[in-house]
Design a protein. Structure first.
Length: 320
């Protein structure tokens, strides 16, 4: 008889993992858009990339704020315990390090948001002495030199934390799970940013990011296949997790994760490429609908992936 760590958790842990990946991935997306803005400063595309960067920062701020709410209200149990987080200094614990990663990352994200508001969002309104504070793109790129590594650690640290108990919970593989979280988190960030961009302003500048997302989806499929192969061949509790994923969670895993979250987005993207190469251009409204569907499906699949990884985990029995 196998016990599951999920009996002590609920949906909030899956949501926490999802929001962390979304926030970190959106920040990396915004940094990439800022880099493209600088490279194409004299081209019309720079305007589109500048908008994508700002939306990416907005998505990362909203997601990290939601991460903080989930962390305080569900993970800690007592919200006021968040006031004691600054006292955590155990550098040997990824849980402790993760708290500081969230704090430092939040500071960088808020700095980037402040730069955007001072440069764009508050023009025409007097801010007194702050009117002189107009950060350049170079200062934002310098901030990204700190923010991107923190974003990648934010995406990865929970998988490393879970992987530390892999001898007890075989599903949480110490190598494959972090790799899966990285490619999935970056895909989530691109999809969340592009979905908001398409809904708000249209599809200009989106194509390149969509193709990058396709590459990440392909890597996610390969990593997920490797994890399934490991679970199927390892036996014991690992085999039990494999059976839960592939037999019990037919709707959640095969339909929502693999189908909706991975294969359908790839098919939509491939269909658009085929139409474009055959000189059949989609009308703007249908192009927006296609991109919105693709990116929305990736987000849904990413959430279900993390829920499946939580609820399909089983412990190795302490006694044979």
């Amino acid at each position: 008889m196998y016990d599951s760590p999920a009996v002590y958790w609920d949906w909030a842990i899956g949501a926490y993992l999802f929001l962390g990946g979304l926030s970190g991935g959106a920040y990396v997306t915004a940094a990439g858009a800022d880099a493209l803005t600088r490279r194409r400063a004299d081209r019309p595309a720079a305007t589109a990339y500048r908008l994508i960067a700002r939306i990416g920062i907005g998505v990362s701020v909203l997601a990290i704020a939601a991460v903080g709410a989930v962390l305080m209200l569900f993970h800690l149990g007592q919200p006021l315990n968040a006031l004691e987080l600054w006292r955590i200094t155990n550098t040997d614990s990824w849980m402790a390090l993760g708290v500081w990663v969230i704090v430092l990352y939040s500071g960088v994200v808020l700095f980037q948001l402040g730069c955007i508001l001072c440069n764009d969002g508050l023009r025409g309104r007097s801010l007194g002495v702050f009117d002189r504070f107009e950060p350049s793109l170079d200062s934002r790129l310098a901030g990204h030199a700190v923010g991107v590594p923190l974003a990648l650690v934010l995406i990865t640290y929970t998988a490393v934390l879970l992987g530390a108990v892999q001898p007890v919970v075989p599903l949480w593989h110490p190598t494959l799970l972090p790799a899966l979280f990285v490619v999935s988190g970056l895909s989530l960030g691109i999809s969340g940013t592009m979905l908001a961009t398409v809904v708000a302003r249209g599809t200009t500048g989106v194509t390149g990011f969509s193709l990058a997302d396709d590459v990440l989806i392909g890597l996610e499929l390969a990593t997920l296949a490797a994890l399934l192969w490991y679970l199927a061949t390892a036996g014991g509790a690992a085999r039990r997790s494999y059976e839960i994923l592939t037999d019990t969670f037919v709707l959640e895993f095969w339909v929502m994760v693999v189908g909706v979250g991975l294969l359908v987005p790839l098919a939509l993207s491939a269909g658009r490429v085929v139409l474009h190469r055959s000189d059949h251009t989609l009308a703007p409204r249908w192009d927006r609908a296609l991109y919105s569907t693709k990116f929305g499906f990736v987000l849904v699949g990413g959430l279900f992936l993390r829920l499946c990884l939580v609820y399909a985990a089983v412990n190795v029995p302490l006694l044979a």
